[in-house]
Unconditional design. Structure first.
Length: 372
């Protein structure tokens, strides 16, 4: 499910009218929080010093060699399958029944003159209106949601090319498309050990800020599996950092995963980030999980169907050959690579990512009032 990436891209390309409606719903505190970013914050998040002594890739890793490493992206992979179940189990049958019924009544009106009547023709007209309304609503609002899981790329991918020192993101166009960034513009959410407690249920986040890329919008990628706390995300960032800075010999070779629609991946994704929590939970919680196991089976089946109904993503030729002897270096993504309409939308929302100059001021501690 590419819901997070789709939402971020929609926000970056939001129309003026939609943005006004969205901002009108924000409270004063939310508006201040959206503008509370400093240049010093970005400098602290973008550095390439050692952050862990245990570099480790938690996967899924699809390729690992002397030239590049390729990993899975996606901010809500564990929820994949819900839209597939709703579409295949609800929307498609409703569309099929109403459409077939409409053609059935229409065929009777045309071929059976004896059964033809005003009532039957009115019923046929009503069925045509209902089926037409359902198709219209689904084509306008439902297809974009269905394509977050079905009839699209099987996975979002990120490729780190250490020869060209570039990072490539592979996403559908409705999530931002395929982009290329210099490695040194990459920021990570797994830098500060003080944030380790926040990594439970989170993925490693990589950020490319406009002040580093020259684009008018910010890009983000959420890598691999959900964290279970501790320093897992820092270990994964250190694995990527050492690979790009020092080479594949500086990190342990990861176990490679398949890009085929594996049922193991579909069912195991639901339990990402729950291992440590499950081991430390009470016996009552474990008993409750035994009663809800049918839900895990249903969602896992929907996840697998989603993978089966998608195709394997394919990189452009220039990225596939990047790093090979005599092959060109892929150009870095610029604003001109987007259609003119998208360029205008991106520029209109560029103020969302502006930074305040300097460093964040230190909060003053309040002194206790000396009351008797």
């Amino acid at each position: 499910m590419y819901l997070i990436e789709w939402g971020l891209w929609r926000m970056a390309t939001e129309s003026e009218a939609a943005r006004k409606v969205h901002e009108a719903e924000l409270t004063s505190a939310e508006k201040r929080a959206n503008q509370d970013f400093y240049e010093g914050d970005l400098e602290e998040d973008i550095h390439f010093q050692t952050v862990s002594d245990n570099p480790r890739a938690r996967g899924p890793v699809f390729a690992f060699n002397e030239t590049f490493i390729e990993m899975r992206c996606g901010g809500s992979e564990e929820k994949r399958g819900l839209i597939t179940i709703a579409t295949l189990g609800g929307i498609i049958p409703i569309i099929g029944v109403t459409t077939i019924s409409t053609f059935y009544f229409l065929w009777d009106d045309v071929t059976d003159s004896e059964a033809r009547s005003v009532l039957m023709m009115a019923l046929t007209f009503m069925m045509a209106l209902v089926s037409g309304a359902i198709l219209y609503v689904y084509s306008k609002y439902g297809v974009s949601l269905t394509r977050l899981e079905m009839l699209t790329s099987r996975h979002l991918l990120i490729r780190f090319n250490r020869v060209t020192q570039q990072v490539h993101l592979h996403r559908p166009k409705y999530c931002g498309g395929i982009v290329t960034f210099p490695w040194k513009t990459t920021g990570s959410t797994a830098i500060d050990p003080e944030d380790d407690s926040l990594s439970v249920g989170m993925r490693l986040g990589l950020v490319w800020h406009p002040s580093r890329t020259g684009l008018p919008h910010m890009e983000m990628a959420l890598l691999g599996k959900q964290g279970q706390g501790g320093s897992e995300l820092r270990d994964e960032w250190e694995f990527i950092r050492r690979y790009m800075e020092e080479g594949p010999h500086a990190v342990p070779r990861p176990r490679l995963s398949t890009q085929l629609p594996s049922p193991i991946q579909a069912f195991s994704a639901q339990f990402e980030g729950l291992g440590r929590f499950f081991r430390k939970s009470s016996w009552l919680f474990k008993v409750i999980l035994l009663f809800v196991w049918p839900a895990f089976v249903i969602v896992g089946t929907g996840h697998w169907l989603s993978l089966l109904l998608c195709w394997r993503p394919r990189w452009p030729k220039v990225i596939r050959e990047a790093g090979l002897p005599g092959k060109p270096v892929p150009p870095v993504t610029t604003l001109s690579d987007y259609p003119r309409v998208i360029q205008e939308r991106l520029l209109a929302n560029a103020d969302r990512w502006q930074l305040k100059p300097g460093k964040r001021p230190t909060k003053k501690t309040r002194k206790r009032s000396a009351h008797p």
